[in-house]
Design a binder for this molecule. Structure first.
Ligand SMILES: [Zn+2]
Length: 239
């Protein structure tokens, strides 16, 4: 098939359709980014929740062991006090009193620690409750947004497919050598202007200079020519 101006017009149309496709792909990308952003927000909260849950478990264990320890000291107090009556002399009474006082101090210290722990547990439990509320609200919001996003993507995909069909039929009508060269160039420069004109005896995009005969051959449709520097495909100036 001989090269004809309308072949290049078809290529220009493909380039312009590709740019339209890019617009739709960008919309899809930004919609997917909305979902990704939501998910990362959720992941961050979930990590905080898991950490709070783990901390809560370990603090509960700590509290139990404090309770046991405190109970042991309380028994020591009771025991020392009950032995006071059967003490044989003042020295023994004093020793028992000392023991019961020391144990009492230990009981108070452990009780204070338990109170502190209980406060920490309360804060952690609040964090966990807040997360549970956030999670159920989040799931509703996410489902709603996901529904919107799915609809937008479906609409955009229909548009893209319409453009793809048009591109396919335009390419099918081209001479195979022009089609192959264009496809090759399009792979490298799709969405980045794969077609260039000769301006001031050079590539309009990268300014690489052509010799006069190459310039003429592009304009008179004698050869299929790509830029030696950026590898874009030359089209006649008035195509
Ligand atoms: Zn170039």
């Amino acid at each position: 098939m001989k090269l004809d101006k309308h072949h290049f017009s078809s290529l220009r149309e493909v380039q312009s359709l590709d740019n339209s496709i890019k617009g739709h792909l960008d919309i899809i990308e930004s919609e997917n980014a909305r979902i990704a952003h939501l998910n990362s927000l959720f992941d961050r909260r979930e990590t905080e929740f898991n950490e709070a849950q783990e901390l809560l478990n370990s603090k509960r264990t700590e509290l139990k062991s404090l309770e046991r320890e405190c109970h042991d000291w309380e028994e020591k107090v009771t025991k020392a006090k009950s032995q006071e009556g059967s003490a044989k002399n003042e020295k023994q009474v004093e020793a028992l009193r000392n023991e019961s006082e020391t144990s009492d101090l230990e009981v108070s210290r452990l009780q204070d620690l338990q109170l502190e722990l209980l406060e920490e547990l309360e804060t952690l439990e609040e964090t966990i409750e807040e997360f549970k509320k956030f999670k159920s609200g989040f799931e509703i919001t996410k489902a709603k947004i996901q529904g919107e996003v799915d609809q937008i993507i479906e609409k955009e995909t229909i548009e893209i497919n319409r453009y793809r069909e048009r591109i396919k039929s335009l390419l099918e009508e081209l001479p195979s050598n022009l089609k192959d060269t264009f496809q090759h160039v399009r792979k490298m420069h799709r969405f980045k202007q794969p077609l260039v004109r000769v301006i001031n005896k050079g590539c309009e995009k990268c300014k690489f200079t052509l010799d006069s005969s190459s310039c003429d051959q592009v304009e008179t449709l004698k050869v299929i020519q790509t830029c030696n520097s950026c590898h874009r495909l030359f089209i006649p100036f008035d195509s």
